[in-house]
Design a protein around this ligand. Structure first.
Ligand SMILES: [Zn+2]
Length: 361
């Protein structure tokens, strides 16, 4: 989810909360649907207000997960709001079964608390008793009850035991107490797929939205399983194990024409750039091609190379680096050990290493 497509809302507890531009489509859709039903402007505004209130609840839900995760030593970068819900992007997630259970439960728990508060308000302060409410459209009178119901819906929906819903994680963490995380993820994935197929078939008959949720679960289950497989295979290795010391080299003073000629002969995703024999940056294939377009053959390597890539140390666990490269779309990293340049780490090599080790287990 690229941040440039989203609007930053604020930074509670140091977590960047932003809303994705597609969210405006949801609002437009609500307005259109309400208008086509012949509702008045004030009623349409009420509907929009309701969606906004609901999304505040979704942010609180994500904050629930985030604060629990931070409490247990995790790191949360941001929360992004999409039309389908919220997503907390964690750079470090607690993995012990008990911790994962607490973090996963914290989100739905927030909605239960919100629902409880609304219920207390309804029975004590609200002027219209539930028995006298009408539910044709959302009004000031039924607003708190509708919001309460929506929060309960969020709880029930999230407790479906399938990834990427909270229920999937709750279920996996409960299973992990008795078996390996990989095995637990496998079972959670299989159950998730059964749910997904059920949703897709039911959606074809009743509501297309269910089809979307079904595919969402299918992808979520596959993605999570894939991630855990990598973790399981790579857990005993560090960057040292796949560092590549025979890399293609360029001098910072070289021109891009020379780099382009060598490009097709090199096995890696790019070059190591040196100045006076010392490491000074990385030139990836993509950067080279973009550089050629912008500066032509006479452009200098040093003008398009990257010297801002954070090097990794040889003793970093391989899975940690794998996640880092995936998340930040890095294909090539410089490896240092005791402040000395040692070689490079190529994402392609890492993927091959994974496949080989997996085949051997
Ligand atoms: Zn959640």
């Amino acid at each position: 989810m690229k941040s440039r497509y989203s609007l930053k809302l604020g930074k509670p507890f140091g977590i960047q909360v932003s809303v994705h531009w597609t969210f405006s489509l949801l609002i437009a859709w609500i307005v259109l649907i309400s208008a086509s039903r012949g509702l008045e402007t004030t009623q349409i505004l009420m509907h929009v207000l309701f969606v906004l209130a609901l999304f505040v609840c979704v942010v609180l839900h994500e904050l629930g997960h985030s604060l629990a995760a931070i409490r247990l030593g995790g790191e949360v970068k941001s929360i992004i709001l999409l039309p389908i819900g919220g997503m907390a992007q964690m750079s470090k997630m607690p993995e012990k079964p008990k911790e994962e259970f607490i973090v996963s439960a914290a989100g739905p728990l927030v909605n239960i608390v919100i629902a409880a508060v609304l219920w207390v308000y309804l029975v004590t302060l609200h002027t219209t008793p539930v028995s006298q409410m009408e539910f044709e459209s959302i009004t000031m009178k039924n607003f708190p009850l509708m919001l309460l119901a929506a929060n309960l819906f969020i709880v029930v929906f999230n407790l479906i035991p399938a990834f990427p819903m909270d229920g999937g994680r709750l279920f996996r963490s409960a299973l992990s107490i008795r078996m390996s995380r990989l095995k637990a993820t496998q079972i959670a994935k299989d159950i998730g797929q059964v749910f997904a197929i059920f949703f897709i078939i039911a959606g074809l008959f009743f509501n297309p939205f269910l089809v979307i949720i079904g595919f969402f679960i299918l992808l979520g289950a596959k993605g999570e399983h894939e991630m855990i497989k990598y973790q399981d295979v790579l857990k005993n290795y560090t960057v040292e194990d796949i560092i590549s010391t025979s890399y293609a080299e360029l001098d910072a003073e070289d021109n891009l024409g020379k780099a382009a000629e060598e490009l097709i002969h090199i096995p890696d995703n790019g070059f190591v750039v040196k100045t006076d024999g010392q490491y000074s940056g990385i030139l990836t294939k993509n950067d080279l091609i973009n550089g050629l377009n912008a500066h032509g053959k006479e452009g200098k390597v040093q003008d398009v190379m990257r010297n801002d890539i954070k090097p990794v140390t040889a003793d970093t666990p391989l899975f940690e680096i794998y996640q880092h490269m995936q998340k930040n779309r890095l294909y090539l990293l410089p490896v240092f050990s005791d402040d000395q340049f040692k070689g490079i780490l190529d994402l392609e090599n890492l993927n091959e290493f994974f496949l080989i080790k997996k085949a051997l287990v």
